[in-house]
Design a protein around this ligand. Structure first.
Ligand code: 13P
Length: 242
């Protein structure tokens, strides 16, 4: 399965910076050995999608509402994101689960909405440090998968990816051991079946990308901080095994 390297820009980038980064990605991407995706904030999504039109780099959003339209001040519906040029949407990121109280049931409703709008959901799961230290990491992730993914997720007619992002590895410079990443990806594979790409996220950098991306069942990376710099993001993409 072709790997995907996806960048989550989170709440970063004004118009000028986004245009510059998109231009650098367009010029620098060449013919990558993996799929590329960038997920800018919604304010610059359409501009970034326009700047990357016809390039190898796809564009995604960072969240969507569960309804297709209606009285939801400040929210964005999946068809709007598709209309702005998104092909994918990150859902259930731990920052949304923690800061906005998103439950598995809410994530599931958003996954359904994204699929209905023709967006490919990238569903995030991952344990906290206390959960890992308590020995519950796999059961926590299993619960999130069971609650967040609709039946048939990732099978024909319902494209989708899972991103395993241990909460304690996000933005900290810490990563699980290679054995722990491989074990969790094997556990996720067991639950989602053979056709879903499983990305690893959490402090992926050019220096650790090759080792992580070569692990069994790691189908790519979801990159935060290092995706804000074209050179580091493309270096991570270049680290994908052929
Ligand atoms: P960092 O790469 O900055 O650790 O962020 C990972 C992440 O949360 C991507 O969604």
């Amino acid at each position: 399965m072709r790997r995907m390297v996806a960048g989550n820009w989170k709440m970063n980038m004004l118009a000028d910076g986004a245009a510059q980064l998109a231009g650098e990605l367009r010029r620098g991407a060449g013919e990558p050995g993996c799929e590329l995706l960038v997920c800018p904030p919604a304010t610059v999504l359409a501009a970034v999608a326009h700047a990357l039109l016809g390039s190898v780099c796809q564009v995604g959003a960072q969240d969507c509402h569960a309804e297709a339209s209606g009285a939801h001040t400040g929210d964005l519906a999946a068809p709007m994101l598709r209309d702005a040029g998104a092909t994918h949407v990150i859902l259930g990121h731990s920052e949304r689960r923690a800061n906005h109280g998103e439950t598995d049931a809410m994530v599931l409703a958003k996954v359904r909405a994204a699929t209905r709008a023709g967006l490919v959901p990238v569903v995030c799961v991952g344990e906290t440090l206390a959960e890992r230290e308590g020995g519950w990491a796999e059961s926590v992730v299993a619960g999130q998968l069971a609650g967040s993914l609709p039946h048939g997720f990732g099978q024909s007619g319902m494209a989708g990816l899972v991103a395993y992002e241990p909460v304690w590895a996000i933005g900290t410079g810490r990563t699980p051991t290679e054995a722990d990443i491989a074990a969790m990806h094997a556990a996720i594979r067991h639950r989602v079946g053979p056709s879903v790409r499983i990305l690893y996220g959490g402090s992926v950098k050019p220096g650790n990308a090759a080792a992580i991306l070569a692990l069994p069942e790691v189908g790519g990376a979801l990159v935060g901080g290092a995706s804000l710099d074209a050179r580091s993001f493309l270096a991570i993409a270049a680290a994908c095994p052929a």
